[in-house]
Design a protein around this ligand. Structure first.
Ligand SMILES: Cc1ncc(COP(=O)(O)O)c(C=O)c1O
Length: 431
């Protein structure tokens, strides 16, 4: 397979864009380095690179793409929105209609505010939680990613007593001190963290189904315990549904009856255009300016193109059978991958939830970040490149998910599984 033009573009990009990428996860650092593939077009289930190669895409742009690339209804609605003015700088009817639609699908969103990314949504939600509770500390779970704001770039910390250590240079230790990180699915660590600091936490941030150290679901009773503890200690429960909202069902994650106080959305609700949103209980959201003292603003927030792309995406997702199809395809992939990995004696664990899954190279269950760390990154890197050579594009990291889209056909799934079998055969030579 020829990647010549990709290499040339990466060399050229590096002379002007730092690292040659506009988001570090797009580099191939986590899969052995080298030039990432430069894509110049996408349609349906496929990505096309600058050398003319076509790939079946399971990256789905890290989650927003669920209806397929260049989906005609979304494209048409965005064209219309742009023709009527890309940015009005005033309220528009469309943002209200879209907010009403989100609220219908997610009744917990009593009041909503649109922003431009998941990072902004999480940053804002934390400010609101702090304003409402008058407390400053936050509790998060190791390995959960909530965007790149200072406060949430802290994933380290072993056990409830350790205060955070920043994962990034440039995050002051004083900010990291505001964050306590504990393992996902660990109720005793949660209880211990609150017993130690009963009146200090403004909020608990959680991905109700994890997408950022692979797909990991909460164990039975875990989210209920999180809710109970949040209520007991008068701390707000914040669901980060930037990946999960509208990914698994038409609305937010509902794997149990737990209600968050606040929620952040992004990715899918923008239909591939920049967006984020946060919202929740009215009394809490009334902290937000202009009603309340918590300031949060945005020149591009609620721009008509993003709003129309999001609405068009929701139109498609609302069609009957959508989520059944997404899950069916992911299940076929799961079964086929499991069969090939077993045939070639490759240690593996597949965590699937609806139309998303992660293939881990290791035979132990993955229920926490540490479990994911313990899986084999070298085998993943080899598998990733084997798949790329066979025209299948996965996310270049062992911690990411495969996402199915409405555009994937049964033939795409069958071709993917042939590539998987050949790739597993090659891995067998390595172990
Ligand atoms: C759960 C979660 N929250 C927040 C974010 C940040 O969103 P964005 O990249 O749009 O800023 C991400 C991004 O991957 C995410 O997965």
């Amino acid at each position: 397979m020829n990647f010549q033009q990709s290499k040339l573009w990466h060399e050229r990009a590096k002379d002007v864009i730092i690292g040659g990428v506009n988001s570090p996860s797009r580099s191939f650092k986590a899969v052995g380095g080298g030039s990432p593939v430069t894509m110049n077009r996408a349609e349906g289930a496929y990505l096309y690179d600058v050398d003319g190669n076509r790939y079946i895409d399971y990256l789905a742009a890290y989650g927003p793409i669920i209806a397929g690339h260049a989906q005609p209804h979304i494209v048409e609605q965005v064209h219309k929105a742009m023709a009527d003015g890309s940015l009005l700088g005033t309220p528009t009817p469309f943002e209200t209609i879209f907010a009403e639609r989100l609220q219908m699908a997610i009744p917990e969103l009593e009041r909503i505010r649109f922003v431009n990314s998941g990072t902004e949504a999480m940053m804002s939600v934390i400010r609101v939680a702090r304003a409402y509770t008058g407390r400053s500390k936050i509790l998060k779970f190791a390995g959960c990613y909530h965007g790149h704001a200072d406060l949430v770039l802290v994933a380290a910390g072993s056990g409830p007593s350790s205060l955070g250590v920043p994962d990034s240079a440039g995050v002051p230790a004083s900010i990291a001190d505001e964050v306590v990180t504990i393992p996902y699915n660990d109720i005793s660590a949660l209880e211990a963290a609150f017993a130690m600091r009963p009146q200090e936490f403004a909020c608990i941030l959680i991905e109700p189904v994890v997408g950022n150290f692979g797909i990991v679901t909460p164990e039975p009773g875990f989210l209920e315990a999180v809710r109970r503890i949040a209520t007991t200690y008068e701390t707000l429960l914040v669901y980060d549904e930037v990946i999960t909202a509208f990914r698994f069902r038409f609305g937010a994650v509902k794997c149990n009856a737990v209600q968050p106080d606040l929620m952040a959305l992004g990715k899918i609700i923008g239909g591939g255009l920049p967006i984020g949103a946060y919202g929740g209980k009215r009394a809490i959201m009334e902290q937000v300016s202009p009603l309340g003292p918590a300031y949060q603003a945005g020149t591009l927030a609620g721009n008509p193109a993003s709003i129309h792309a999001g609405m068009a995406c929701l139109d498609i997702l609302e069609e009957p059978g959508t989520y059944e199809k997404l899950e069916h395809q992911a299940k076929m992939l799961e079964n086929g991958i499991h069969a090939s990995a077993t045939e070639f004696s490759i240690p593996h664990t597949i965590n699937r939830y609806g139309g998303a899954f992660t293939l881990f190279f290791g035979d132990q269950p993955v229920r926490s970040y540490q479990d994911a760390v313990n899986t084999d990154g070298n085998l993943f890197a080899a598998f990733f490149h084997n798949m790329l050579q066979r025209h299948v594009c996965l996310a270049p990291s062992k911690y990411e998910a495969w996402f199915t889209t409405i555009a994937h056909s049964d033939e795409d799934i069958a071709n993917t599984l042939s590539a998987v079998r050949e790739s597993m055969r090659e891995l067998h030579r390595l172990i």
